[in-house]
Design a protein around this ligand. Sequence first.
Ligand SMILES: [Zn+2]
Length: 167
Amino acid sequence: MISREKMDACLGRLGMLKRFPAQERVVIQIGKLLNELCASDEEAIAFVSRVLDEHDDWPGPAALRQIHGRVASDRGAATTPIGCDKCKQGYRRVFKVVERGTDRKEIILPEGDAVAIMRQESELQQKYRGSKTHDFYSSGFRFCECPAGKHAEHEYRRATERNEHRV
Ligand SMILES: [Zn+2]
């Protein structure tokens, strides 16, 4: 619920938009929409700022809903899940043993906490140190199966897509 006072302020700020409806009846409906979209004064203020950042003209109720959806998803992204016991913020260590001169390779997903993973890493390093047939790689990552992993993968894809558009 938005307080009466902040609602007036929000509607006043939206009134700076060109073609903002002048009829009081319509403004009341816009207030209702704001109340429906925003759960608190803080949310309403942030939301109206976003609308004013993106528009000079009154964008209409459908665009308002779209903007609100983006604000909500940005807020979701800001609270990144920290990950499960197998990963760090969704990134899971991957070890790889590659047989030289072939395309045979073994993917190892280390288990356990950070110490256990380090132990597995050093054991494998020792095992393959100086090997003439196998190379050991420990710098790989993959996205975890947990919500943090899904989130990290989503963010990664979004970032790479953005880069592709930039080129
Ligand atoms: Zn995880």
